[in-house]
Design a protein around this ligand. Structure first.
Ligand SMILES: Cc1ncc(COP(=O)(O)O)c(C=O)c1O
Length: 384
């Protein structure tokens, strides 16, 4: 057990120390209530970093998904496409608005949405006359989807693209910032993300009109009248000024946090890349991932041990690890959804069956990383 019971978490918050000054500033100016100068500045800073015209600070990434769905014009019965290998929030708001998901497999090269499976799904949609209102592509564990293949396809079929960059803030696709693609994109500042506001999200777009509408809907859709008047219904989705202050301090640290997570990945990679049966999530030439989580697969036939057994052994040593996301087409709640596999395979199902995410926090010490590595080494039957 590590240091008398100290827990090593999968992806804990990592405060830099400056956050408290931003909070103090908000208190001293009594900008405690929702909105305020930190919110405005945080939006500007995020838009600048993403190279986007507009950004809207929200209470969660899920709130940003909801607004993207509403702004896409989703109506009950509409079809939308979504990566299957993702967290449920990528698609839940669409389904809650009555839309019908079609789930797209991953490609082995990136573990992200397969352009081939997407093309198959788009062709079928065209034949059946039920084109998707939107395509939600999730950048898994920090890795961007292959934009040069996905975006032209969506354009050819007239599908609106939403980039789920919840996990990929600080990553790049061919040098361009993650979160700068698609009609709408969003980040999450949930407590487990690369930077956090304790909870929050950011919706981004270059469409000024759509962003104005998002802003209106996110603050209860108040008509411009001296009294509270509503011609339609909105949401209470705005981020508080205090949390935006935390976000501003955290955003300054982002490049360092990316380097730290990539260094954690490198150490695991050095330790296990030669181990038969262990394969790390690849990073294609076009990607520079923030390596939000170090993910790998464990082939029990070669290693002599299954992913869940490693997770259990780590848990017994006070180390938190997780399987790879259970794909959405295998979730009971989406069991009846149509699913397009990659070249006749079920890549995301295969990744789930063998996948493992290791503790990846930017505040892990060298000792923590070595402890995780040694704990795994001790139980790998394939190692001498
Ligand atoms: C891929 C993905 N999409 C959406 C979300 C939702 O973000 P939030 O937790 O901020 O609502 C998350 C993270 O939690 C996520 O990992």
């Amino acid at each position: 057990m590590k240091d008398g019971g100290k827990m090593i978490y999968l992806s804990p918050p990592h405060m830099g120390g400056e956050e408290i000054n931003y909070i103090k500033e908000a208190f001293e100016a009594n900008w405690v209530a929702p909105l305020g100068p930190h919110v405005d500045a945080f939006e500007r800073e995020c838009a600048l970093r993403a190279g986007r015209a507009g950004a809207l600070a929200l209470s969660s990434g899920t709130a940003a998904v909801t607004l993207s769905a509403v702004l896409s014009g989703i109506k009950p019965g509409d079809v939308f496409f979504c990566s299957s290998l993702t967290f449920v929030a990528s698609l839940a708001p669409f389904v809650q608005l009555g839309a019908v998901p079609v789930l797209i497999d991953s490609e082995p090269e990136s573990w992200d949405m397969s352009p081939k499976a997407l093309e198959d799904a788009l062709k079928d949609a065209e034949k059946s006359g039920r084109m998707p209102r939107a395509v939600v592509m999730a950048n898994l564990y920090g890795q961007s989807c292959d934009m040069d293949r996905i975006l032209p396809l969506c354009e050819r079929y007239g599908a609106l693209v939403i980039e789920d960059a919840a996990e990929s803030l600080g990553s790049c696709y061919r040098g361009r910032a993650s979160g700068s693609f698609g009609k709408f994109s969003f980040y999450s500042f949930n407590g487990n993300k690369i930077i956090t506001t304790s909870g929050g999200g950011m919706l981004l777009s270059d469409d000024a009109e759509a962003m104005e509408r998002a802003r209106f809907l996110s603050a209860q859709a108040r008509d411009p009248a001296p009294w509270y008047q509503h011609s339609e219904l909105g949401y209470n989705f705005r981020m508080s000024n205090i949390l935006a202050g935390i976000g501003r301090a955290q955003l300054k640290l982002l490049p360092r946090r990316v380097e730290a997570r990539r260094a954690v990945f490198r150490k695991y990679h050095e330790a296990f890349s030669e181990t038969p049966g262990i394969s790390f999530m690849p990073e294609p030439a076009w990607s520079r991932s923030n390596r939000w989580l170090t993910a790998l697969t464990v082939d029990p036939e070669k290693t002599g041990i299954a992913n869940l057994e490693i997770i259990k052994a780590l848990e017994d040593a006070n180390v938190e690890s997780r399987p790879v996301w259970k794909p959405m087409h295998l979730q009971p709640v989406f069991g009846s959804a149509k699913y397009y596999g990659h070249e006749g395979r079920d890549v995301s199902g295969e990744l789930f069956a063998k996948g493992l995410c290791l503790p990846s926090g930017s505040n892990m010490t060298d000792g923590d990383i070595s402890f995780v590595i040694e704990t795994i080494r001790d139980i790998l039957p394939c190692l001498p």
